[in-house]
Design a binder for this molecule. Sequence first.
Ligand SMILES: *Cc1c(COP(=O)(O)O)cnc(C)c1O
Length: 291
Amino acid sequence: MSLHIDSPHAPLEPLHLPQIQHKKIDLFLKREDQSHPFISGNKWRKLKYHLLAARQQNKNLLVTFGGAYSNHLLATAAAGAKYQFATHGFVRGEEVSNHMLKLCLLFGMKLQFVSRTAYLQKEDLFQNYFGSNQHAFYIPEGGSGNLGEQGVSEILDEADMQHFDAIIASVGTGGTLKGLLQGVQKHQLNTRVHGIVVLKGAETMNQEYVAYAAESYCLHHQFHGGGYAKTNEELYTFQHKFASQTGIILDPVYEAKMMFGLISLIEQDYFAPGTRICALHNGGLLGVLSR
Ligand SMILES: *Cc1c(COP(=O)(O)O)cnc(C)c1O
């Protein structure tokens, strides 16, 4: 049975924020968070070609990896259920229960908690437990890699995404940013892709982008807010204000930092008046329930 996966419904909406109105920036929000309640945002985009490859190879069990609050684990569990795959998640660390893992279980995912040391060797885990299972398909943590980037690049296939001077996205592994860059390259756009890095001390990741034209991207390292999954009073206040101003929720781990960084850059006149900017909202909304 071949697999057909529809393009996600992720509307492009103008975003009006009173605090930056005088800057004359044309700001839009790409609502990837609306593509699905549980397979949302970039996780949906990144899974697409993994699922197609699995089906093509006649595999019916998706095996993947994540932390106890992983948006990717939940996306895989929900996508697996939707497209008739069994799912197995290796979870980093001691056994715990939370709303994310409960949802994974509800979608039928089998969870296996492994020590932080064992978790580092993901290929070994797969080999040890599924090496002899012909039906098991390996999906890298976060849905990363070429297949994941290919899925993300399709955002730029959408005609209304091809007119921006700048596209902004949060950066964890950077798979999303690379996918966007590939989409920009493919369509030969003059768009510059900006990544707001949510990890602290991650400057060495710049080396992964040397293959891309310097004017096509920029990584911003000053908005991590203390480090991965850390937040602070300023970010929390911002996230709160943004939700009450717009009706749009930003998760604390990624999108609140992305939007805080973007608004800060606009306030600092980093972008010239008239710049057309699109910010990507990559979902992760259940993250607000974690603290
Ligand atoms: C996973 C995730 C990211 C980070 O994407 P990368 O491709 O790892 O850089 C950003 N935002 C949300 C909501 C996510 O779930």
